[in-house]
Write a protein that binds this ligand. Sequence first.
Ligand code: CDP
Ligand code: MG
Length: 142
Amino acid sequence: MAIERTLAIIKPNGVEKNVVGEIISRIESKGLRIVGARFVQLSREKAEGFYIEHKDKTFFQGLVHFMTGYPIFLLCLEGENAVFLWREIMGPTDPSKAAPGTIRKDFGDNIEANAVHGSDSLKSAEREVAYFFDKSQLYNRF
Ligand code: CDP
Ligand code: MG
């Protein structure tokens, strides 16, 4: 299987709950490697650009408000099948539908404040990683 990179975000409610380390520990225990990481507080423009695919959804303005209200923790993850594997570790969008042991079940508050983000395909992973990280900010193992 191919080595992939994907974007993970610990959202404002995850950071506020002080579970950054717990989430990183789950990531590493599944064999994914952190190759980039930092805190940031998003501007409205940066958040809108990140979620541009959702700009016509009813939840868009609320989502942007939520994502800009408190710092977030950005991670670039690397490993075999990283895009799918990270989605699996997170669980589905709605925490109330997520299985026990997934991050969204354990730390998500509701469908908006669902604790974490993960790229949904290799194509979006490439865009999303580049949206937040310069090449020089990523650890290159190969
Ligand atoms: O994050 P994921 O790819 O699982 O879901 P999405 O459909 O791409 O939606 C992006 C984000 O919008 C979600 O993670 C939620 O934070 C938010 N959202 C929401 O507030 N209300 C919804 N009905 C659906 C998504
Ligand atoms: Mg998505």
